[in-house]
Design a protein around this ligand. Structure first.
Ligand SMILES: [Zn+2]
Length: 174
């Protein structure tokens, strides 16, 4: 896989524009890693994509009730096979971090790129996902300059625990 970025979009990646986005007020200098699966631990469906497009039918699973009214997105979702799906152009804010703080700065959406791995805090991620993530991180740094890479749990420790204990930080070329 050889990736490139044009007009703040990954060339060759599928792009489904999420309505859950806003203009940026700050430069990008952070990447936030998340994981998502709906229901938790169920990977073989498009529910995260539907969530980011406000198209998830909340009656499909009892666990979805808590998602009612939630307006969220990520720039990129990395599927289990390593394929990339984009939802928000990198020059816009995706709504992934929520209430968050990094090195004394609040509202991390303003200065970060949000990457969701299809996965669970209770399961291993795939080698294909680590490969795709490393290639993506290298590309983002080339395009937007150096940036720190953190987990969601690091910037919202009281609310969030993703990507969780199975995420192998030593496999990331940060
Ligand atoms: Zn998260």
């Amino acid at each position: 896989m050889s990736l490139s970025i044009k007009n703040h979009l990954i060339e060759g990646a599928e792009f489904f524009m999420s309505p859950n986005q806003s203009d940026r007020s700050e430069n990008i200098d952070l990447v936030v890693i998340h994981c998502i699966s709906l229901p938790e631990g169920s990977f073989d469906n498009d529910n995260p994509k539907k969530l980011f497009l406000n198209e998830l039918d909340l009656v499909n699973d009892s666990s979805f009730k808590s998602l009612e009214g939630l307006k969220v997105s990520a720039h990129i979702l990395i599927e289990r096979n390593g394929s990339l799906v984009q939802f928000v152009a990198f020059n816009k804010c995706a709504w992934h971090a929520g209430e968050s703080t990094y090195e004394g700065r609040d509202s991390c959406n303003e200065f970060s790129i949000g990457i969701e791995l299809k996965g669970s805090v209770k399961k291993e991620f795939t080698n294909e996902q680590y490969c795709a993530l490393n290639e993506l991180l290298a590309l983002l740094k080339k395009e937007y300059g150096d940036m720190d890479v953190v987990g969601h749990s690091e910037i919202a420790p009281n609310r969030k625990n993703d990507p969780g204990p199975y995420f192998k930080w030593d496999l990331i070329n940060a």
